[in-house]
Design a protein around this ligand. Sequence first.
Ligand code: ZN
Length: 166
Amino acid sequence: MPGGRGPLAAQEVMRTGVDDAFFMGEAIAEGRKSAGATGDNPSVGCVIVKAGAIIARGATQPPGNAHAEVMAVQAAERAGHSIAECEFFVTMEPCTFQGRTPPCSSLLVEKKPRRVVVGIQDPHPRVRGAGIAELRGAGIEVVQGVLAEEISGMLAAWLERHAEAD
Ligand SMILES: [Zn+2]
């Protein structure tokens, strides 16, 4: 039937938007767990979703240790999941440079998830959208700005310190 899928497609889009907010809420909750324990790093949270269910979670660890994305990838792979079939929800865009740990953007490009949903941009002068651009350049669908206000509120102290340091 011509045009028969129109209403269904619209419903699908709406449902996805609701799910994005739900899963980002879960990523925020994960990030809160490491609040105060990440030194000068922001307490970022990440969840990995496969077929509509959370299969792994991660939060940024103390300085020099794994970021949220790495923790979540390790948990997913330990459980035997292929990242290529999954969606990522991460409260801040993946970092793009070698600091005390390797860049998370390289890890995601290598694992190539179906989709990455980002809360806020990393304000670091060496990132600022570069993580999102790198993922898109690798052909990964990226959505940004989901629950951005809530995340900015949660990371307000860190974001403020960062602005002062620039
Ligand atoms: Zn990182």
